[in-house]
Design a protein around this ligand. Structure first.
Ligand code: NAP
Length: 525
């Protein structure tokens, strides 16, 4: 069972033990005491034994030198001697001692001293201490990564292989999984940085020895370590297993996407064996194709679908077409899709749940079917990506759309394509019809006071839909509501587009109330 491990940089024995107790309380299985600063402790190196003996959880003891990305910059033999103080712990001793492959290879003397710490003849221990041989590269994947792993395999005393490197793309994670899946020895293979989260979360799916996660009030010991809270809460750590299906949001940047929160909460609510991750992919088509292609190809990853956002919505269409998959007709017309579905037989399907959500949340409020939009007169404010999906969706059901945009040429181009009218935004105040849809960011946080229709004479009973979801009630919606209009918020659209994706992946009804709750939580409401 993969151990959830909290790394603790120890600045004093007292603080180290207190953090270990917090880690136990947070539900971790193991702690790593990073004793890089033992020279500054009041107890000195003998504090190492006190840490091990007093720890609330089994532990790894590591003194990482600066030349391997750590903070110890003293004498090498003193560093090794400090590890021998684990012998003073009296009880079970640490579960593991971590030592760098590079240091191990330096001299027979060092090897002998490290071995003494793990295999001391006179030791009476309930738990045997294992040697973790480790290799880290904070710049990127080392060219000789696999040779390093081979060397660790060959060292008899090495109980655990550990490799960690800074990922440059999501593809790096696949190599980490591959190394774990070789099962030469218990293995830790982690990728650092924003591209490496998958290796940290999915370590459990692939059966790694451990993954690292930090306490929420702590800084990590390597870039990209999630908090225990996120790993257990957001990423469903306790539910992850070998068969867990993997989903994610592909875009750039995706760090602030709320989709992981929404979909993981949804998986929990319907008891679906899935996990949903942020998937940053560099903007070019080649990056999209290489990443999504290799993730799909890695069978044991069970990558079954993705939300696709800016700047990859058009790339998704191209990719699925090139792979011989099916593209929803209207997505092709729009020129953008936001959902990738991997079907049971492995074939690919791309669709656009944005336009579908924008149609359905309005139809629900009007108590009509999509066909009931035929002949309705609609103002679309804006001519960007969202406006395009909405114009395509509404005109497909026979609505008479007028596009109003600040840059009138853009409105004209869009209107020409879908056979509708185009006007400058300054003419929007003259619009008379059934429905107004705002597809501009006017009124979006932090510009809550703005509205694209200041002073507009709303007619009672008109429907006004703002695609903005932050805030949930924009100035436009407040004005419309005050005039007796029916209002639809961008939050309703967001929840519906997420529900469309969820249902396409899981075949289950989306828990809309859970999605709405998560959206509010995300917005701090
Ligand atoms: P986009 O492609 O950048 O288009 C923005 C549009 O807004 C353009 O037509 C632009 O006019 C206009 N615009 C921008 N600033 C303006 C201003 N100060 N005054 C007047 N017009 C202005 O953006 P998008 O991807 O279509 O997104 C538009 C909105 O949709 C976002 O603000 C977001 O809140 C919302 N959205 C909602 C959801 C949801 O699920 N509810 C999902 C995605 C997006 P020009 O052509 O003149 O530049």
């Amino acid at each position: 069972m993969t151990k959830l491990t909290v790394p603790i940089m120890v600045y004093s024995v007292e603080q180290g033990l207190a953090d270990a107790a917090k880690a136990a309380e947070a539900g971790a299985d193991l702690v790593e005491f990073r004793i890089d600063h033992f020279g500054e402790w009041e107890a000195g190196a003998s504090g190492v034994g006190m840490l091990v003996e007093g720890s609330a959880l089994p532990c790894i003891v590591t003194c990482r030198p600066v030349w391997e990305g750590g903070e110890y910059d003293g004498d090498e033999m003193e560093r090794v001697s400090a590890l021998e103080h684990v012998l003073e712990s009296g009880g079970a001793g640490p579960a593991y001692i971590d030592f760098e492959l590079l240091g191990w290879e330096k001299s027979a003397n060092i090897r002998q001293k490290v071995k003494l710490a793990i295999e001391h003849e006179g030791q009476v221990r309930g738990v045997e201490t294992g040697l973790v041989l480790s290799s880290h590269d904070f710049r990127g994947r080392p060219g000789d990564l696999l040779r390093r792993v081979e060397k660790m395999v060959e060292v008899d005393a090495c109980r655990v292989i550990k490799v960690a490197w800074a990922a440059k793309s999501l593809r790096d994670n696949l190599e980490a999984f591959e190394i774990i899946e070789k099962r030469w020895k218990p293995t830790i293979a982690l990728c650092m940085g924003e591209y490496g989260l998958a290796s940290r979360v999915l370590a459990k799916k692939f059966g790694a020895l451990l993954t690292f996660a930090v306490l929420s009030n702590q800084e990590g010991t390597a870039p990209g370590q999630p908090t225990v809270e996120d790993l257990k809460g957001l990423y469903r750590w306790d539910r992850l297993g070998k068969k867990t299906k993997v989903y994610g949001v592909v875009g750039y940047p995706v760090g602030h996407s709320m989709s992981p929160q929404i979909h993981n909460a949804g998986f929990d609510a319907v008891d679906y064996d899935g996990v949903y991750l942020p998937m940053p992919v560099a903007p070019e088509y080649e990056a999209f194709k290489a990443t999504v292609g290799t993730w799909l190809d890695y069978q044991s990853l069970d990558f079954k679908g993705a939300s696709v956002t800016i700047p990859h919505k058009a790339n998704l269409l191209r990719f699925v077409e090139e792979e011989g998959g099916e593209v929803e007709e209207l997505s092709r017309t729009i020129g953008a899709a936001n959902t990738l579905v991997v079907r049971e037989d492995g074939s690919l399907y791309a669709c656009n749940t944005d336009y579908a959500a924008a149609l359905d949340c309005v139809c629900e409020k009007m108590a009509i079917k999509r066909e009931g939009l035929n002949g309705k007169r609609i103002a679309v404010l804006g001519a960007g990506g969202v406006a395009r999906a909405i114009v395509a969706g509404y005109t497909a059901y026979g609505a008479e759309v007028v596009v109003f945009n600040r840059t009138v040429q853009k409105a004209e181009a869009l209107a020409k394509e879908f056979g509708c009218e185009a006007k400058g935004m300054d003419e929007a105040s003259t619009f008379k019809g059934d429905l107004i849809i705002n597809c501009t960011p006017m009124g979006m946080h932090p510009n809550e006071g703005e509205t694209p229709l200041a002073g507009y004479a709303f007619e009672m009973g008109m429907v006004v839909f703002d695609t903005i979801y932050n805030p949930l009630e924009t100035q436009l919606l407040k004005d419309a509501k005050a005039a007796g209009c029916v209002t639809v918020s961008g939050g309703e659209m967001f929840v519906k587009q997420a529900a469309g994706q969820f249902e396409a992946w899981t075949g289950k009804d989306a828990p809309l109330d859970v999605f709405a709750k998560e959206l509010k939580k995300y917005l701090g409401l």
